[in-house]
Ligand binder design. Sequence first.
Ligand SMILES: NC(=O)c1ccc[n+]([C@@H]2O[C@H](COP(=O)([O-])OP(=O)(O)OC[C@H]3O[C@@H](n4cnc5c(N)ncnc54)[C@H](OP(=O)(O)O)[C@@H]3O)[C@@H](O)[C@H]2O)c1
Length: 322
Amino acid sequence: MGKRGKAAARERREERRREVTLLRAVPYEPHQRWWDGLAPARAVAVVTGASRGIGYEISRQLAHHGLHVVLASRDAARGRDAAESILREQEAASAEWRQLDVADAASVEAFAAWTARTHGGIHVLINNAGVNFNRGADNSVEFAEQVIETNYFGTKRMIEAMLPLLKPSPYGGRIVNVSSRLGRANGRRNKIGDAILREQLLTDDCLSEELIDGMVTKFLEQVKQNSWSSIEWPQMYTDYSISKLAVNVYTRLMAKRLADRSEGQKIYINCFCPGWVKTAMTDWEGNISAEEGADTGVWLALLPQAQATIGKFYAERREISF
Ligand SMILES: NC(=O)c1ccc[n+]([C@@H]2O[C@H](COP(=O)([O-])OP(=O)(O)OC[C@H]3O[C@@H](n4cnc5c(N)ncnc54)[C@H](OP(=O)(O)O)[C@@H]3O)[C@@H](O)[C@H]2O)c1
């Protein structure tokens, strides 16, 4: 893309950003607030990695709309502070903290058991917890295992554990996976080099857990043997991009499995890219605030059922390609 093309793209992004800012200020009409239909109970939303950044903002905004929010995080002090800060800021808010390490199967199991005991079930699951150790122009795979374990297997583990806890409701359960445009199979600057694998990942009939797990396992084996190449794999933040690609493809696989549920049992699963956000993950170098980055996730969780979709990828409240 030339200089002029880049400037035009930047202007389009800015324009959309302004539009979304305006949309955010529009209050939900009473008939759109499906979660009020559960009164006197509150809809329960679980947000992973909620003690800071985008996860905290998603929690804060969901609490503001009237849901009960379980802020799940690894660190007790930070998690409690985050929940207390929401309660301090909003008199009517309902929020609490619970320990959760998505990379630890026992922790996920304990979290699910606690949720079942305490709330009977949930209405919204936001899989936000994630790590990326690369910054700027770096592309190291030193922490590839942790990145894939947290971002992909952590998301998958949470969905497996929490799916039975999504309460049947006439409004449909919601699962939102926080992903990234870097996880596109066919991104302009960041694509899977292996054309056969790329085709399989983009073809619904080819999707399976074996395909996705096989891809990440192959990459991790190559990393161990120091034989991986950025010709075969995404060129930018390779480990992180593969982890988010796996999240995206898993979102579509789950959508396929959940698509035929009957009324009252429906679960809407989608993923989104928050944009380049000023958080610890980017050393606060992004171009939007965590509040703006959280927006599409909150919007997906709260969409009225008539507008809810399944197995789609979003950014700035618009569908984008995988
Ligand atoms: N910032 C961006 O520009 C950007 C762009 C695209 C996508 N994203 C995605 O947005 C999500 C949130 O990122 P962020 O920008 O808000 O970054 P962040 O400020 O670094 O927050 C990441 C959160 O994930 C938590 N986490 C990490 N590993 C965990 C684990 N094993 N179990 C539970 N929680 C864990 C962290 O908890 P601790 O406090 O315990 O470390 C932290 O609360 C991530 O999935 C990220 O990939 C971000």
